[in-house]
Design a protein. Structure first.
Length: 437
C-alpha cells in the first residue's frame, strides 16, 4: 500500500505537482486500492461531494493527458500502462553506474564549491591540487572535468595512473621514476631519448627533476601532471620517502624557477599518507586539498529526481533519502546503483519507499545489487592485515585505532576521520565486512 507522498509522487509523473491538492491525492491513493467514494469520505473525513469533485477532476485531467477516456473503474490499468511506457523510455536513457560520468550525462551531481575551487587553483603558478576519497567516490569524474577545463585554457596534460605500474616498478624508486618520465615523454610526443638524460652519478631523482625542468622550459604553456592512485606507493616505505618529497620539491621550485611555474600537479589518492614524512618534505600539506565524501541529503534529492523519484530531504527517519544516508552514507556509486536498479525495473513500483527498503535489505547478499562491489572491498581487506586488525578493533571498541589503522579503514570507505576519531560512515560496508571475516 502506498502512502500519501508516494501517491503524489506517482501522480506527479503525469500531472503538475502544484495541481495535486490533498483531497485529489487521497482520492487517487484510495481509489487505487479499490475503495469507493463513500469509504474514501469516511477514511479521510472529507465531505462526500468534495471527494466526488476531486475524483471528477482527476479522471477528466488524466483523460486529457492520456488522450483516452479515464474513469474511476479503468484508471489503474491505464495508468500502469502509461507508467510502464514511461519507465521503458527512461530505461533507454539510463546509464549503468560504475565508470567515469561523461560531461553530457544528466546523472552527474555537481560538487559546486569544490569544483569552483579546483578550477581557480589550477590557474596558479606551480599549483598542487590533492583529491582524496575512497573507491568509487567520484574522484575520476571530478578530475575529468578539471582536465576539460585546463584543456580549454590551452594546457598540456600528462596522465599517470599507478595502477598501470607493476609492483616491481612501484617498489623500486629508480624504476618508478624512469617509468614515470617515459609516460611524460610519450604523452607529450617528445623526441627525447630518456637514456641520454639518465645519469647514474647524480641519481634518478635529480635526473628526473632536471629533465622535467628542460621539458617545461621548452613548453610555451602550462603542464598539468596528473598522478592517479598515488596511495599505491605508500606500501613501499623507502620509495615513498623519496618519491613524495620529490613532488614537494617541484612545488617549492615553482616559487623561484620560471620553468617550474608552468607545472601544475593533480594528486589523486584514497587516503592520507601513513609513511612518516618530515612535514617540510611532504606534498600533503601544500596546495588545495579536496576531500570527496558521500552526497548530502540535498544532493541525493537531486539525484533521485533525475531518476524520476520525487523524494524530499525532509529528515524523517522513514524517508528514502534518510535511508540512503544512514545505510550508505550517501556513497555516490552505491546510491546511483540502487536508484538505477529501481528505475530500470520492468515492474510497476507502487511504493518506491518500500522497494528501496527491500533493495537495501538484500543488497549485500549473494547476487544482491551491491555484492560485486562489496566482494572487491572484502578481497582488499583480506590482503591487508593492518586493515583487518583495524576493523576488529573498531568493532570491539576496547582500544583506540592507530593513525595507520584509521587510514586503512578510511581508504575502504568504512569510516570518516572526524577530529582524529573514527566515525562509521557506511553501515552497509561495515556490516558486510564484519560478517565475512
Amino acid at each position: 500500500m502506498m502512502n500519501h507522498q508516494e501517491a503524489k509522487d506517482l501522480l506527479s509523473t503525469l500531472l503538475p505537482a502544484e495541481s495535486l491538492n490533498m483531497v485529489r491525492v487521497e482520492v487517487f491513493r484510495l481509489s487505487w486500492e479499490g475503495k469507493g467514494y463513500n469509504i474514501i469520505s469516511e477514511e479521510t473525513g472529507y465531505d462526500h461531494d468534495y471527494v466526488r469533485k476531486g475524483g471528477a477532476w482527476l479522471w477528466k485531467t488524466l483523460s486529457e493527458v492520456l488522450e483516452c477516456s479515464v474513469t474511476k473503474r479503468n484508471f489503474r490499468p491505464l495508468l500502469e500502462k502509461a507508467l510502464a511506457a514511461n519507465s521503458e523510455a527512461l530505461a533507454h536513457e539510463l546509464e549503468y553506474p560504475g565508470g567515469i560520468i561523461s560531461f553530457t550525462s544528466p546523472f552527474y551531481i555537481e560538487r559546486t564549491e569544490q569544483e569552483k575551487a579546483v578550477y581557480n587553483e589550477v590557474l596558479r603558478d606551480g599549483a598542487v591540487i590533492r583529491i582524496k576519497g575512497p573507491r568509487k567516490m567520484g574522484k575520476s569524474s571530478l578530475a575529468l572535468r578539471l582536465l576539460d577545463h585546463v584543456e580549454s585554457e590551452g594546457y598540456r596534460i600528462v596522465n599517470i595512473d599507478f595502477t598501470h605500474a607493476s609492483s616491481k616498478t612501484l617498489s623500486d624508486l629508480d624504476q618508478l621514476l624512469y617509468w614515470t618520465m617515459t609516460q611524460v615523454i610519450s604523452q607529450l610526443r617528445l623526441s627525447i631519448d630518456l637514456d641520454d638524460h639518465w645519469n647514474a652519478l647524480i641519481g634518478s631523482k635529480l635526473s628526473t627533476s632536471n629533465l622535467l625542468h628542460d621539458i617545461l622550459d621548452d613548453l610555451d604553456r602550462p603542464l598539468l601532471l596528473v598522478i592517479k592512485e598515488l596511495n599505491l606507493v605508500y606500501e613501499y616505505e623507502d620509495v615513498s620517502k623519496n618519491f613524495l618529497p620529490l613532488l614537494r620539491s617541484w612545488f617549492e621550485e615553482s616559487k623561484h624557477a620560471p620553468a617550474m611555474k608552468k607545472l601544475r600537479q593533480l594528486l589523486i589518492y584514497s587516503t592520507e599518507v601513513y609513511v612518516n614524512l618530515d612535514i617540510n618534505l611532504s606534498p600533503f600539506n601544500v596546495g588545495l586539498p579536496i576531500e570527496l565524501k558521500g552526497f548530502d541529503g540535498d544532493q541525493l534529492e537531486s539525484l533521485a529526481n533525475i531518476y524520476g523519484y520525487r523524494w524530499k530531504n525532509d529528515g524523517k527517519a522513514t524517508s528514502p533519502i534518510t535511508m540512503l544516508l544512514s545505510s550508505l552514507g550517501g556513497h555516490p556509486y552505491l546510491c546511483q546503483l540502487a536508484l538505477y536498479s529501481m528505475a530500470s525495473s520492468s515492474e510497476i513500483i507502487e511504493s518506491p519507499t518500500q522497494s528501496l527498503k527491500q533493495l537495501l535489505s538484500n543488497a549485500s547478499k549473494p547476487g544482491g545489487v551491491f555484492s560485486h562491489f562489496l566482494q572487491l572491498i572484502l578481497v582488499d581487506l583480506n590482503n591487508n592485515q593492518s586493515a583487518m586488525s583495524a576493523l576488529r578493533k573498531l568493532e570491539s571498541a576496547q582500544e583506540p585505532l592507530t593513525r595507520v589503522e584509521m587510514y586503512q579503514l578510511e581508504r575502504l570507505g568504512v569510516i570518516n576521520i572526524i577530529e582524529g576519531e573514527p566515525q562509521i560512515v557506511n553501515q552497509m560496508i561495515y556490516k558486510y565486512l564484519l560478517s565475512n571475516i
